[in-house]
Design a protein around this ligand. Sequence first.
Ligand code: FES
Length: 548
Amino acid sequence: MAVTLTINGQTIQATEARSLFDYAEAMGIDVPTSCRKQGKCKECMVEVVEGMNALSPLAEPENHLKGNFRLSCQAHVTAAEGHVRCHTMRRGHMRIERHAFGLPIANREFKPDPTVTRDGDRILIDGIEIARSTGPLLGIAMDLGTTTVVLRLVDLETGELIADTSFENPQRFGGSEDKSRIAYDTEHPGRLLMRTLAGYLTHAIEKFPVDPRTIYEMVVVGNSTMRDLFFRKNVYSIGQTPYQSITEIEVAEGKRTSTSLNQTGLQSLLPIHPKARVYGAPIISGHVGADAAACMLAVDLAHEDRLIAVMDIGTNTEFILGNRHRILSASCPAGPAFEGGAIACGMPALDGAIEDVAVTADGSISLRVIGDVAPEGICGSGLVDALSELLRTGRMNDMGRFEDDIKRVTLYQDNDKEIFLLESDVNELAQAKGANVAGLHTVFSSYGINFEDIDVFYLAGGFGRHLNIEASKRIGLIPSIDSARIIQAGNTAIEGATIALLSKSKRQELEDLVKRVEHCRLETHPSFFEFFVEGCQFKPMEPMPCAK
Ligand code: FES
């Protein structure tokens, strides 16, 4: 037999019926594992993008997997010939935003006042002894995203950043969107999603250059589904109208006073101190989670007199609008198109993704590719650029139709590879944009202000960080306001989580702030459909007449 096997971009000839894990090891690829190929830890998962039928049938330990996911220790290469292409869940090349930019200076100057303190060799949380040690007092801030996970290790006494790390969320085997993860968790008892993530987190924490048992506190932010799964809460209600976290329901029933969550290190299945406190920051609503709440802390909304907007564009786009006097929030399910999902040649922001597109004066197309390698597909920021350039050069009209009735535009071609944009892709992007624009108009209209009233417009998140602002304005993805007022702020959620970790007064500020947010339900706004239709067109976003 001779099957050409490609794992994480490296290729080998598979000549024996060995497992994908064995071959990965032979190539020096690090496969996550805690059970050494026993089929127990479920961490060695790979996604097979080609050649599934050249592998052995699903084994019993893989019963929890669907689609193209396999456990690499269970999947053996069995075909006589062919090509298998797969990658581990820790590809290592995904562009993950770990930092925040352009935030108010006040956030860099506050003095740590952590909940973890020491009295001689006694280590206390809120004054209660949990351990005895003279070692360091450390904590972790975590931004738990649907696609990516970011961890920061900090010294709780000095505020110093000791290390940080990031990886793709391995829960993708339960679906790439929150909706599918909710369905997966409901259908598969045993908290497999949480346990798999805990295995990955354990490896990440153990790689930090410290004794994990000196980590006494962790602050977790993430959307409501990710946060609640991590805290082993039932997430079913987030997927059903009126889309509420179980913690919101319990607050409404008087069973708890906050939507924030607490558990110990031991309950979290992590190698940190067993009595460490793991705090899940409060959420704003079922679809505006603890990550958005943490953003409010990062941009210092509690002390802002200026009008601030925060927009985090993603599969579920979140908006926050206001200042210390009044705050509105909203979310809209824009879908995965702007993250490359549902697009013929779309891909995440990995090496090989086209991230920048320009049509030159002679009509040729120039590209920039992440990792400076041959292009394999196009990611979200590349899609925005491509649409803007096609519009600017008249090759696409504002309804998203290509000139001369063609149905596809080729962006790149060599001997055996073509990367193109279909009119149907443009249609997907139009709908995603329409949802985002409708969300923005609804929130501004509910607040009674127009775009030009905004003093600072933060684009939060990895996608917002890498957007071309002028291209985004041209296609109407963001409002046409003065670019000097737009800040591509990056990962504001991890920044907010770090602030909440280092300061109990800031954590209380966050708890108070979320209770003051008025959540707008977009679908109930009388002009939502009108906003949506308007937003599906590729033209600069104008203020709607019903605002103000
Ligand atoms: S290595 Fe643990 S399940 Fe495969």
